[in-house]
Design a protein around this ligand. Sequence first.
Ligand code: NAD
Length: 243
Amino acid sequence: ATRTRSKKTCTVIGGCGFLGRHIAEQLLQRGYAVNVFDIRTTFTDDRIQFFEGNLCQTECLLPALEGVFAVFHCASPPYSADDRELFYRVNVDGTKILIAACKQAGVKRLVLTSSASVVYEGKDIKNGTEELPYAAKPIDYYTETKILQEKTVLGADSADLHTVAIRPHGIFGPRDPHMLPTTIATARAGKMKFMIGNGKNLVDFTYVENVVHGHIIAAEKLEAGSPVCGKAYNITNDDPIYF
Ligand code: NAD
């Protein structure tokens, strides 16, 4: 990777994933140098420095965090994994390891990709704000660990390491491996001929570049005295989508 000393470097943990790669690309467009840390390498880009490793291992993380301006944490086992132990190991324990490694490396800014489902208990939410309490009964293990992960990251906010959480719901856009392929497969299987509810069920999808923009401007504001520190932010497009 070509580096100039004047560029600030950001590290994207999970940067080979759907969202992470978009974060890496928008960071490059905004003039940052970019490190990608992921357990797998799925693409190449001469402008990016790639680090392959498991975020649960401090010794893997540290080289990717050295001299870094901001860390974006958007790694997670896939929602479909349905593996309680894996979700706990990566999302909860791994996030604690990442926080400690950030502090050890002297990183000052950490942006977490959380999820809107941290406040969802199965009942419709309209015009929900960040004041809503965490779900007392999360709908699944994934969500249970996303709540613990968000609490851990926001609880770690301090003078040493400023933290913020961004909460998207569904994300769509180029290279989406989840939403559109699943919808098409469901339709192909003939399972879209039924309607559950009255056709007014609400769901929120946000365009990936808007989700990324929210992450980057949060990172840029994440400094001592900023109201952003230690907070969670919902992120959405303007209009609700009826599903
Ligand atoms: P993704 O599966 O495409 O990407 C996740 C990346 O994390 C993958 O590249 C994977 O290899 C990496 N990873 C997993 N375990 C790892 C480990 N132990 N060490 C290092 N890397 C590891 O998922 P995505 O859709 O890009 O989601 C990114 C984040 O956004 C996740 O935290 C997810 O909870 C959150 N989120 C996604 C959506 C959505 O609709 N896609 C909605 C809300 C929240």
